[in-house]
Design a protein around this ligand. Structure first.
Ligand SMILES: Cc1cc2nc3c(=O)[nH]c(=O)nc-3n(C[C@H](O)[C@H](O)[C@H](O)COP(=O)(O)O)c2cc1C
Length: 200
């Protein structure tokens, strides 16, 4: 029997999360309640990852000292955006994702032991955490915030405490707030369907 038709997002919702959403280049002074991080997380966590491995970790930068340390490693072009953002966080990928399979993949007790190779785990962790970063971007927009992911930094200078206590690789720094639309330049063109999609 066919499943009942699923609802689809309205044009307004599609515009909000992707079609009209822009990456901020400056912020308004409207504050952001840090509690929104939990709301964004509770939405983004449902995005799919390999074997529900969920390797993304998020370090919310809270103290002025931590913000200063982060600023230190950002590229000159990103310093202002990070310094003025209402909320900043570090996205990393946990290579020890296999240690939580008992929680996240409970129907397969052998899952943990299928990933003995540290390098392979690093590759899988980075790939899946990067996917989760995309879910985080969409979720932040869906919850009414603007977000900029940044990879313009010196990753070798990242303080270990920004990468948790485990075995984590840096994926991106994200800044969240409300965009100052007046500062945003016109949207850069996207590649057209014909250039991107092929049928084999
Ligand atoms: C992985 C990644 C890294 C990025 N790094 C930076 C960065 O270091 N600094 C910056 O200002 N924007 C950065 N961006 C933002 C992109 O330049 C921006 O999203 C893209 O040009 C599309 O802009 P639009 O969303 O306004 O159309 C990054 C985006 C991604 C996804």
């Amino acid at each position: 029997m066919a499943s009942p038709p699923r609802p689809v997002l309205s044009d307004e919702a599609l515009d909000l999360i992707l079609r009209e959403a822009r990456t901020p280049v400056a912020w308004t002074d409207e504050p952001v309640d840090p509690a929104i991080v939990r709301e964004i997380f509770e939405t983004a966590k449902y995005g799919p990852t390999m074997m529900n491995s969920l390797p993304l970790r998020l370090t919310v930068v809270q103290s002025p000292r931590a913000r200063a340390d982060l600023l230190d490693l950002m590229s000159p072009v990103n310093k202002e955006l990070v310094a003025t953002a209402p909320l900043v966080a570090i996205v990393s990928a946990d290579r020890d994702f296999h240690e939580t399979f008992a929680i996240t993949w409970p129907h397969d007790p052998a899952a943990r032991d299928k990933f003995p190779d540290h390098e392979q785990r690093g590759h899988l962790a980075r790939m899946n955490a990067t996917l989760q970063l995309a879910y985080l971007i969409i979720a932040a927009r869906a919850h009414g915030l603007d977000i900029v992911p940044m990879t313009g930094y010196s990753s070798t200078r990242i303080p270990p405490r920004f990468l948790g206590d485990g075995d984590e690789d840096l994926i991106a720094v994200v800044a969240l707030g409300h965009a100052d639309d007046a500062a945003t330049r016109p949207r850069d063109p996207r590649l057209p369907f014909e250039r991107v999609v092929r049928f084999a």
